[in-house]
Design a protein around this ligand. Structure first.
Ligand code: UT7
Length: 360
């Protein structure tokens, strides 16, 4: 099935907007594969062989999705040496905040970012890429139209444990909780070079949850979605095999697309060999390895260690990788190119090509 309503954002070649800080928050509570084997019929060997996951972090009872977003945001602001009062826009990629007002507005209040606009972005595990794109576009328009130099805070956060069916061994072993954040503003060198996002909602029933409808659903009345039936809780459901195939194909296409978009504008074209490091969404080690092999990028230039220790943290996995000390042996150098690429429920997917700037 072809991607529908494909959207491509080609960024401005002269105006440079990039990350100036990053941070993450991971709950302290660790759930190992052996812990899971006490709950469902599984074992460490199966989980490691099929997914690469050894353990994941899980929210404590008195810890919320908002707490994770606040933790990651404050860490990113500290890294960027930016005061919350300087933030002009907050975008939060999140799928598990099953209420309103938005998580972004509650984050704004908690960190004291009183000058910021704030909104959530729902795009499955690609939520962080979509949120970066929205933040970029707002910073860009304000700069070009009003000569205003804004500062955006972009967060990817999810508490998948809240919608996990702990009796379903095919999904509960995959998921974890966490948050990651970046601060974005105009930079002197490097920055975001191109962004691509796309979606195909025809695959919505391969990976879904009805949790946000739970409070509104009257079990005596008609179910809003046909697969919501009495006695079935609105947990996350997934057809893993079919998701796997589309995920690999799409992530490869999106990574290639951001390079092609950049090359259309750039007098010195680059290829995959020029990409120093790739941060793929951490869904499953087998997906990551397959994507790397199809792109012909060696695994030592790909973020793989997040999946092992944190599982699939959805929108959070890419920004968690930026500050994961175990992500890579050597940090990128100024001038190096990096790619972020994500795929998730919807399906929605996207990628970002960035160049590392000179330290300011
Ligand atoms: O952001 C995107 C997120 N999506 C994903 O990451 C999903 C991508 N899909 C996958 O990574 C894989 O499809 C899974 C890891 C989810 C599953 O691996 P698989 O090789 O596709 O296994 P399967 O679902 O075909 O199941 C094979 C067998 C089945 O047993 P039978 O029917 O062959 O007897 C399952 O019941 O493995 C069984 N099984 C398990 N056994 C032990 C399923 N889950 C488990 C488990 N422990 N946790």
């Amino acid at each position: 099935m072809p991607w529908l309503d494909q959207q491509v954002a080609l960024v401005h070649p002269d105006l440079k907007i990039g990350y100036v800080g990053a941070g993450s928050y991971l709950p302290a509570k660790v759930l190992t594969n052996d812990d899971l084997a006490e709950i469902v019929d599984t074992d460490n060997e199966w989980i490691v062989r099929r997914t690469g996951i050894r353990e994941r972090r899980i929210l404590a009872e008195d810890e919320s999705i908002l707490d994770m977003a606040v933790g990651a945001a404050l860490a990113a602001l500290e890294d960027a040496n930016v005061d919350p009062s300087e933030i002009t826009d907050i975008r939060v990629g999140v799928n598990t905040w099953a209420r309103f007002p938005s998580l972004a507005t509650q984050l704004q209040a908690r960190i004291g970012a009183e000058h910021a606009s704030a909104a959530d972005v729902s795009a499955g595990c690609a939520g962080f890429v979509y949120a970066v794109e929205e933040a970029y576009n707002k910073l860009y328009v304000e700069r070009v139209r009003d000569e205003r130099r804004g500062t955006a805070l972009v967060v990817g956060v999810d508490g998948l444990s809240h919608i996990t069916n702990w009796r379903d061994r095919s999904t509960c072993v995959l998921l974890g909780d966490g948050a990651g954040a970046v601060v974005m503003r105009e930079v002197d060198s490097g920055g975001i070079m191109s962004i691509s996002t796309c979606a195909d909602g025809q695959h919505g029933d391969l990976l879904y949850s009805d949790s946000v409808l739970e409070a509104q659903w009257d079990p005596g009345g008609p179910a809003p979605f046909s697969h919501v039936t009495e006695g079935v809780r609105p947990y996350l459901h997934m057809d893993g095999r079919r998701v796997y195939g589309v995920a690999v194909k799409t992530m490869v296409e999106e990574a290639r697309k951001v390079i092609e978009m950049f090359n259309r504008e750039n007098p010195t074209p680059i290829g995959v060999d020029d990409v120093a490091f790739v941060y793929p969404h951490q869904a499953n080690l087998r997906i990551i390895e397959k994507v790397a092999s199809k792109l012909d990028i060696p695994l030592d230039r790909v973020y793989t260690t997040g999946i092992e220790r944190f599982g699939n943290t959805s929108t959070a996995s890419i920004p968690i990788g930026y500050v994961d000390p175990e992500a890579r042996a050597e940090p990128s150098r100024p001038g190096d190119y990096e790619i972020d690429v994500a795929f998730g429920s919807g399906f929605a997917a996207g990628a970002i090509l960035r160049q590392v700037g000179e330290p300011s």
